[in-house]
Unconditional design. Structure first.
Ligand SMILES: [Zn+2]
Length: 158
């Protein structure tokens, strides 16, 4: 028996799910169902990435802690996947204990191998894209090519 693993992106729960989330999840569902019909052993994961600046901002705007906000929004994703009859095996939340333990284990391996060091990164950043843009990608106005809004100059120590 062959095994097949498929995952959607883990979505930012900075709002309730939208058509783009549904589109991507339905596409992954089609793939998972196809492989099950073929007799493959399938693992289909979807979920939410609750550690993002846009999630923090959304929580703050509603006067909630990020965890309380995520506890309110994450179930709206689960509910939509139920309504759409999505056949996922795992709904993952990055605030789950399982994720925290896995992330800690992974980071400890990196640390033990000397792959973790302090550095600085800076550049033009879009809060909505959660992405830095290089000078080459931008015009003189320094606006997000996707959102057409001014970018922030962000410096972060990592
Ligand atoms: Zn953007």
């Amino acid at each position: 028996m062959r095994t097949f693993y498929v995952t959607t992106p883990i979505y930012y729960p900075n709002s309730e799910p939208h058509a783009g989330n549904a589109y991507t999840t339905i596409a992954a569902d089609v793939l998972a169902r196809y492989h099950r019909l073929k007799g493959d052993q399938v693992c289909f994961l979807t979920g939410v990435d609750e550690h993002a600046a846009n999630v923090y901002d959304a929580a703050k705007a509603e006067g909630l802690s990020p965890q309380a906000y995520c506890d309110k929004i994450a179930p709206t994703f689960v509910k939509l996947w139920e309504r759409l009859n999505i056949s996922h095996d795992i709904f993952f939340r990055t605030t789950s204990d399982l994720h925290k333990r896995g992330a800690q284990k992974f980071l400890n391996v990196l640390y033990d191998n000397g792959d973790v060091y302090k550095g600085k990164y800076e550049g033009y950043y879009c809060l909505s894209c959660e992405e830095f843009f290089s000078e080459k990608e931008l015009t003189d106005e320094k606006i997000c090519p996707v959102h057409k809004r001014p970018l922030q100059w962000l410096e972060e120590e990592n």
